[in-house]
Design a protein around this ligand. Structure first.
Ligand SMILES: Nc1nc2c(ncn2[C@@H]2O[C@H](COP(=O)(O)OP(=O)(O)O)[C@@H](O)[C@H]2O)c(=O)[nH]1
Ligand SMILES: [Mg+2]
Length: 463
C-alpha cells in the first residue's frame, strides 16, 4: 500500500457532519497560507501575519464580488501546529453546504482532499508525536468512558511511550554487553557476569510481563464491562434492566417469555462503560423464536465474567436458586433476590441466610427497595475486579502494542534460556535485537507503509 503524497497541501472538514454552531475546515501543508490568502479576504495580510493569531474575514464566493461565508481564520506556522506543518483553521458557520463550498475553493486553489487520519499521520511523520501518541488520538475521540479518556490522554502525553522507551534503553544497554561478549570465547565469560546479565534480563522481563498483563484490564477500560442480567422467566430481569437504566427500554409484561431477544444499553459506573444486557429467561422455550432468545442468553452467560442472576423469591425455592447458580461456575455473580414486596420479612431473611455464601441483595424492582444497594454492589464489584490498587497509567489498551510486547517477551525468554545453557552470545544478541525491534515497532521507530495505512484508515477524515 502506498501512503498519500506528503508534499501536497491537504484540506478537510474537521467537525462532524451535520448542522452546528460552527464548522471547522483545516488546511495543512506548504501552500496552506497561500491558499488561505487566495480564498479569504481579511484586513491583515495572511502571508505576513504572526503565528497563533486569529483573524476575522470573508471567504470569497465563486463569482467575483460574492462571498461564501463570514469566518474566523486561525494561523499556525510550522513547526508549532498539530501536523508540524503550516496550518490554517477556518471556523465557518456549521452548514454542510458552506463547509463543502469552502473545501471546494481550497481544492481549486491547489489543496487536495485529505484522507482519513492524514493530519495525524503528518504529525507522526514530521516527528512531532510517536505512533503510540498518534493512535491515542483516535482513542481519545472514540472514548466512551471517563476511564478510557484518561488512559488515552496519558498515552497522548507521551508517558506510556516514555515508559516503553525506558525499557528499550535498558535493552540497548544489555544488548551492548552481549555484543561486547560476542568477541570473547564463551568459556571466558565469568559466572559472575552471567548472573548479572540474567538479573538484568529478568528485570526487563518483569516490566514487560506486567505491561502485557495490563492488556486485559486495558481492554475492559476501552470496551467497557458487559453485565448480562440472567434468570428464569418472570424473575424481573427486564424490570431490573429498566430500573437500572432509569428508563423504560425493555418490554415488561406478565406473560413469561416476553423478552425473546437480548437488549443492551450502556451506562457509566465508576468511570467505566457498563453494558447491561437484558436476556430471555432461561427455561425450556415454548416456540422457536423464544428458543433462539434462550440460546442467546446462554451465549451471553458463557461470554460474561460478571453477571447479575435474578430470582423471584415469591416463587422460587432456595434449592432451585442454588442449582441454577451452580450451573455458572467461574463467574462473578451478583445475586439479586427480587419481589421482596410479595413476601414477609421472615421469608426474605430465610433466603438471605440460606444463600449467605452469595451475599444476595434483596430488592423489589416494583417498589425500588434495594435497587440502590444493588447498584452500589455492582460498582464495588467493578471497582475491585477492574481497578487493582496497584494500577498505574502504564496500561496497554491497544492490541498491536500487546502483541509486540508479547513478541519481545518471547525473544527475551529465549535469550535467558540460551544464557543459562551457555550458548553463544551472538545468538543471544540476536534475540535482544529482536526484542528491541518489537518495542521500536510500538513507538513507530520501525514501521512500514502498510501498517501506517492500516492504523490511520481507522481515523475520521479531518483528524
Ligand atoms: N410485585 C412485584 N412484581 C414484579 C417485581 N419485579 C417484576 N415484577 C413483575 O413481574 C413480571 C415479570 O417481570 P419482567 O421484568 O418482565 O420479568 P422477566 O421475564 O425476568 O424479564 C411483571 O409483571 C413485573 O411487573 C417486583 O419486585 N415485585
Ligand atoms: Mg424480560
Amino acid at each position: 500500500m502506498t501512503l498519500p503524497d506528503s508534499d501536497d497541501t491537504i484540506v478537510a472538514i474537521s467537525t462532524p457532519p451535520g448542522y452546528g454552531g460552527i464548522g471547522v475546515i483545516r488546511i495543512s501543508g506548504k501552500q496552506a497560507f497561500t491558499i488561505a490568502n487566495t480564498i479569504i479576504d481579511t484586513t491583515v495580510n495572511i502571508m505576513e501575519a504572526k503565528s497563533h493569531t486569529i483573524h476575522h474575514g470573508y471567504v470569497r464566493g465563486a463569482e467575483v464580488g460574492s462571498i461564501t461565508d463570514e469566518v474566523l481564520v486561525a494561523l499556525l506556522r510550522s513547526p508549532n501546529s498539530y501536523t508540524g506543518e503550516d496550518v490554517i483553521e477556518i471556523s465557518a458557520h456549521g452548514n454542510p453546504q458552506i463547509l463543502k463550498q469552502i473545501v471546494g475553493l481550497a481544492i481549486d486553489s491547489g489543496a487536495r482532499q485529505a484522507t482519513a487520519g492524514e493530519f495525524t499521520m503528518r504529525a507522526f511523520l514530521s516527528g512531532r508525536i510517536d505512533l503510540v501518541q498518534a493512535e491515542s488520538v483516535a482513542d481519545l475521540i472514540a472514548a466512551e468512558s471517563a476511564a478510557f479518556q484518561q488512559i488515552a490522554l496519558y498515552q497522548l502525553s507521551g508517558k506510556l511511550s516514555a515508559y516503553i522507551g525506558s525499557i528499550r534503553a535498558q535493552l540497548l544497554d544489555i544488548g551492548a554487553l552481549f555484543e561486547a561478549y560476542t568477541d570473547f570465547p564463551d568459556e571466558e565469560i565469568p559466572r559472575q557476569q552471567q548472573a548479572e546479565l540474567l538479573a538484568k534480563l529478568d528485570d526487563v522481563i518483569e516490566s514487560l510481563t506486567r505491561l502485557a498483563s495490563s492488556y486485559r484490564r486495558g481492554e475492559i477500560i476501552r470496551t467497557g464491562v458487559q453485565i448480562p442480567i440472567v434468570g428464569p422467566p418472570n424473575a424481573g430481569k427486564s424490570s431490573l434492566f429498566n430500573v437500572i437504566l432509569a428508563e423504560e427500554r425493555a418490554i415488561v409484561t406478565e406473560i413469561p417469555g416476553t423478552t425473546r431477544d437480548t437488549i443492551a444499553e450502556k451506562i457509566e459506573i465508576e468511570g467505566l462503560a457498563v453494558l447491561f444486557v437484558d436476556t430471555a429467561g432461561l427455561r425450556e422455550a415454548s416456540d422457536q423464536i423464544e428458543a433462539a432468545g434462550v440460546e442467546r442468553s446462554r451465549r451471553e452467560i458463557k461470554a460474561a465474567n460478571l453477571l447479575i442472576a435474578i430470582f423471584d423469591v415469591a416463587n422460587t425455592p432456595v434449592e432451585k436458586i442454588r442449582s441454577s447458580l451452580g450451573e455458572m461456575p467461574g463467574k462473578t455473580i451478583i445475586l439479586a433476590l427480587n419481589k421482596i414486596d410479595l413476601v414477609s420479612n421472615a421469608i426474605s431473611d430465610a433466603y438471605t441466610t440460606a444463600l449467605a455464601h452469595y451475599h444476595p441483595v434483596l430488592l423489589s424492582a416494583t417498589t425500588l427497595v434495594g435497587v440502590d444497594k444493588l447498584v452500589a454492589r455492582i460498582a464495588s464489584v467493578i471497582r475491585e475486579s477492574m481497578h487493582p490498587s496497584s494500577a498505574d497509567g502504564n496500561v496497554l489498551t491497544n492490541k498491536r502494542h500487546c502483541v509486540a510486547v508479547q513478541n519481545a517477551l518471547g525473544s527475551l525468554t529465549e535469550a535467558c534460556t540460551k544464557l543459562e545453557q551457555g550458548e553463544s552470545f551472538e545468538l543471544m544478541a540476536f534475540d535482544l535485537r529482536q526484542a528491541t525491534n518489537n518495542l521500536e515497532e510500538i513507538l513507530g521507530k520501525i514501521t512500514n507503509d502498510d501498517l501506517l495505512a492500516e492504523i490511520f484508515s481507522r481515523f475520521c477524515i479531518g483528524k
